[in-house]
Design a protein around this ligand. Structure first.
Ligand SMILES: C[S@@+](CC[C@H](N)C(=O)[O-])C[C@H]1O[C@@H](n2cnc3c(N)ncnc32)[C@H](O)[C@@H]1O
Length: 202
């Protein structure tokens, strides 16, 4: 199992205009994040789960979960992904997960509740917080192998409060040397490293 979570500091939690993904709290970043987490050539990684934390307008956090195992009807372009997120934001949401379309769920969970739930489910052995000054991710992945939830920021990174919540749940701060990248670029590299490990190639 691979899990990828992105904190969308300004990402809107209400239906938005698909012609203006960047103007809706940088929803374009989140859509690219989903694409790079899930898609391979002519296929979807069925062992991946993606979490999008939407902290923008309106001011009540929402989380979207996309399960690679169950998702259907999604294409890798930002507009298609944005359209499915939009559908999820149209339904009435609760503290639990409510499915909007196959494999896509929405909930009222904030970061703290989300991490609590994920830890309770015991789906992941460990959590890794991606930050440029962390320890080398390759060593970390080689040691932990699989069932890791990776957490990244959007263009704004993580604010102090959210970083504190993350660090209450993990001590693992990991970095991809040597440049500061975009969140979706980090995911491409992590998927590559995990793919190599699965094939015993590193
Ligand atoms: C565009 S960067 C955020 C840059 C933002 N200005 C900041 O200072 O946090 C988006 C996210 O990708 C992750 N990231 C980017 N480059 C990374 C690297 N080299 N190693 C680990 N994580 C990285 C971090 O989680 C970061 O919050």
């Amino acid at each position: 199992m691979r899990g990828f979570l992105i904190i969308g500091n300004n990402a809107v939690g209400k239906p938005f205009n698909l012609n203006d993904l960047p103007g809706n709290g940088r929803m374009d970043i989140l859509c690219r994040f989903v694409a790079q987490s899930l898609f391979i050539s002519h296929g979807i990684r069925r062992d991946v789960e993606v979490y999008l934390l939407l902290l923008g307008n309106p001011n009540d956090p929402k989380t979207i979960k996309i399960s690679g195992r169950y998702v259907r009807g999604m294409r890798p372009d930002e507009r298609s992904i944005g359209g499915l997120i939009n559908k999820a934001l149209r339904i009435r949401y609760t503290d639990g997960w409510v499915m909007s379309t196959p494999g896509i769920f929405v909930s009222r969970k904030d970061l703290s509740d989300l991490l609590k739930d994920i830890c309770k489910e015991k789906k992941y052995n460990t959590i890794a917080y991606l930050r440029e000054d962390g320890k080398d991710i390759r060593d970390f992945i080689k040691k932990e192998k699989n069932d890791i939830l990776f957490i990244t920021g959007d263009h704004l990174g993580l604010n102090d409060d959210n970083e504190k919540i993350v660090l209450n749940n993990t001590e693992n701060i990991v970095a991809i040397p040597t440049l500061s990248l975009q969140a979706d670029q980090c995911i491409v590299i992590i998927n590559y490293e995990l793919d190599l490990l699965e094939k015993n190639a590193i």
